[in-house]
Design a protein around this ligand. Structure first.
Ligand SMILES: NC(=O)C1=CN([C@@H]2O[C@H](COP(=O)(O)OP(=O)(O)OC[C@H]3O[C@@H](n4cnc5c(N)ncnc54)[C@H](OP(=O)(O)O)[C@@H]3O)[C@@H](O)[C@H]2O)C=CC1
Ligand SMILES: O=C(OP(=O)(O)O)[C@H](O)COP(=O)(O)O
Length: 342
């Protein structure tokens, strides 16, 4: 088996998870990860054995005086890779495109960048095959990934006439002490639609969708309030069966008593998931309702730090790996991470 050499440019919330997920795959290896400054994450990268490269090589001494070995510059890291996963903060990734082009390397960006950065946006459940042969791709954002999975499922079963969805977004990631809100519900944005609907259409262009979004003072997971008008009369049992069979959508059963993101975090932790990560979308079974035949309603929780991680792994494999199907890649990714949707 040919090993795909992967570099992760930006070893932060998403990048560190992608590095661990890639390391768990039998057909991929991490050749480097990057930071801009010495920090706890930089220390951990070294402890995990990931060669650490830095954006500004003139800062090498700052790292080394703190006992963090530096393998070289980001430019050198890019040269060692077959493909780069760019997980730098939104807006920075666009500036790196030239570097990847200079060395003829494939690259994958995250949802903080615009679709135009790659001209192709990816969701494992929707357009895996379209990534084959692509030089550049962008994995859609965490919320859009969650929307893609469930809307594709409903569209395949009954056809989707239109979608109306509200994203209740977490204020900051758990480790992000600087962000808020602390005591507010913030309309984000106040204008309608939010970016999620147009973003979904970069993957599923035929879907009629309007999304709204607001931010609340929590750190773990977003919550979606989702309504879809179906083309054909819906069947709740069939939808539940399809969700149970979906490798990346979990069904939260009523008997568990779980009705909140806090309880989901406890569940993920009790399952022994690394970092309490929920790579699957979490649909609340009791919320799945068909009204007047063709209106489907449900709540789903999305772990913002995790769901895109497995998608990045599939995207790497589609672009740089052997010719396999979406189902085969998803199964391999998940099995290698001991991940079975709840
Ligand atoms: N967090 C989330 O919930 C999600 C984020 N995304 C998207 O993923 C991307 C990354 O976000 P996230 O992981 O949260 O960001 P973080 O800020 O947690 O991590 C970004 C990392 O990039 C490093 N970095 C910054 N500038 C450079 C540079 N010029 N060269 C190399 N590395 C650099 C930082 O290192 P240092 O600390 O040393 O400066 C940091 O480790 C964004 O596009 C975001 O929108 C997508 C889904 C969910
Ligand atoms: O991709 C995300 O959200 P999004 O799907 O709402 O764009 C992540 O939660 C990052 O969001 P942030 O831009 O609030 O850090």
């Amino acid at each position: 088996m040919v090993m795909i050499k992967v570099a992760v440019n930006g070893y932060g919330t998403i990048g560190k998870r992608v590095a661990d997920a890639v390391s768990a795959q039998p057909d991929m290896e991490i050749v480097g990860v990057s930071k801009t400054k010495p920090s706890a994450e930089a220390l951990i990268a070294g402890k995990k054995g990931y060669p650490l490269y830095i954006a500004d090589i003139s800062k090498k001494a700052d790292f080394e005086k703190n006992g963090i070995p530096v393998a070289g510059s980001v430019e050198e890291m890019v040269q060692t890779a077959d493909i780069v996963v760019d997980a730098t903060p939104g807006g920075i990734g666009a500036k790196n495109r030239q570097l990847y082009e200079k060395y003829g390397k494939m690259a994958i960006w995250q949802g903080g960048e615009d679709h135009d950065i790659a001209g192709f946006s990816f969701s494992s459940s929707c357009n895996f095959d379209e990534a084959k042969g692509k030089k550049f791709a962008r994995v859609v954002s965490c919320n859009t990934t969650g929307l893609c999975r469930i809307i594709k499922l409903a569209d395949d079963a009954f056809g989707v006439e239109k979608v109306r969805a509200t994203m209740v977004r977490r204020g900051a990631d758990p480790g992000d002490a600087k962000r808020g809100p602390v005591d507010a519900i913030v309309l984000n944005p106040v204008t309608i639609p939010s970016h999620h609907g147009p973003d979904l259409q970069t993957v599923l262009p035929e879907i009629n969708i309007v999304t709204t979004a607001l931010v609340v003072p929590t750190t773990f997971m977003h919550m979606h309030i989702l309504q879809m008008d179906l083309k054909e009369t819906g069947d709740r049992d069939k939808i539940l069966e399809m969700i149970k069979d979906h490798p990346r959508i979990g069904l939260i059963k009523g008997f568990t008593g779980i009705k909140s993101t806090a309880e989901l975090k406890e569940y993920a932790s009790d399952l022994g998931r690394p970092r309490s990560d929920l790579w699957e979308s979490c649909v609340f079974e009791d919320s799945v309702s068909i009204v007047e035949g063709k209106e489907l309603y449900l709540f789903q929780a999305i772990h913002q730090e995790a769901d895109v991680v497995v998608e990045n792994v599939d995207c790497i494999r589609a672009m740089a790996g052997e010719n396999i199907t979406a189902a085969e890649s998803i199964a391999l990714t998940d099995r290698s991470m001991n991940f079975e949707a709840i």
